[in-house]
Ligand binder design. Structure first.
Ligand SMILES: C[S@@+](CC[C@H](N)C(=O)[O-])C[C@H]1O[C@@H](n2cnc3c(N)ncnc32)[C@H](O)[C@@H]1O
Length: 261
């Protein structure tokens, strides 16, 4: 049976536990402050998955929301927030068209989640929806792969294989195997395979995934066309001291967008 990688939140959370979410949220708060937001009092994590960012913001007393299309991810994040009594609300909605109960100061879309916007129309609808859910001068921070990884590599080089163990759960991930790239749509079609071992049992799940490759020129053009955001800053790592450039240390494209009012 084919699985989406997003039906197993617990496995996803362990597989991506290599990232230090505390440090990443320090970075997001600092980047938002430098872009003019004095305090982040409310935020939304778009494509929240198991909610590592919205949960961490809520621990810091920021009213948080998590938006995700996957019912499994939403239920898992909701349960985790309830366990920790966090002020975080999860919504099962599409980030191309969602509605929060109140506008927030900050929106974030992390890892490679932006790539699920598979066309220019998806990206423009997303920008409209994010802007509609932000306060005046609100900030949107989106993390994308560095364009070097998109234009300077073959589809085969864009797969990632790693092992990780946490809380007695061992996970082997093969993200992006059997990848084919369609140069017309700029979409990679690939397989995500996860093998996990728990209580002496080993299971493998695998399923298809589709990700759009977005370069800096295209994203700048779409930001301008949307007329909803301006670029306040761009970083090459989860670090406000690392500018977005073509040096080796810059390995991500992290855009800090300010809502135009
Ligand atoms: C790579 S995970 C990111 C999880 C987490 N935010 C992180 O940074 O690790 C991408 C998430 O985006 C969700 N997603 C994909 N397309 C979506 C859409 N159109 N609207 C809302 N969520 C979506 C998936 O269900 C998945 O949970």
């Amino acid at each position: 049976m084919a699985y989406s990688p997003y039906v197993l939140p617990e496995i996803y959370e362990v597989a991506f536990s290599f990232r230090d979410y505390g440090l990443a949220v320090d970075f997001l708060q600092e980047a938002a402050r430098k872009a003019g937001l004095r305090h982040v009092r409310s935020m939304v994590e778009l494509g929240c998955g198991p909610g590592q960012y919205c949960r961490e913001f809520a621990r810091r007393r920021v009213k948080s929301y998590g938006v995700d299309l996957s019912p499994e991810m939403v239920a898992y994040t909701r349960r985790k927030c309830a366990e920790e009594k966090l002020d975080c609300t999860t919504l099962e909605e599409d980030f191309r068209q969602f509605k929060l109960p109140h506008p927030v100061d900050l929106a974030v879309c992390m890892m490679a989640t932006f790539g699920y916007l598979l066309s220019n129309d998806d990206i423009l609808a997303h920008f409209d929806s994010v802007a509609d859910n932000l306060v005046d001068q609100g900030i949107y921070i989106a993390e994308l792969p560095h364009p070097r990884d998109v234009f300077d590599s073959s589809p085969d080089e864009r797969n990632f294989i790693w092992d990780i163990e946490k809380d007695g759960l061992k996970v082997h991930t093969e993200w992006g195997i059997d990848r084919t790239f369609d140069p017309i749509t700029e979409v990679d079609s690939e397989t995500v395979k996860m093998t996990y071992e728990k209580d002496g049992r080993t299971e493998t799940v695998a399923g298809p995934d589709h990700i759009r490759n977005v370069g800096y020129g295209l994203i700048r053009a779409l930001i301008r066309l949307s007329n909803r955001f301006e670029i306040a800053a761009a970083y090459g790592d989860i670090n406000v001291n690392q500018p977005f450039d073509n040096s080796k240390k810059a390995w991500r494209m992290i855009l800090v967008l300010r809502k135009i009012t």
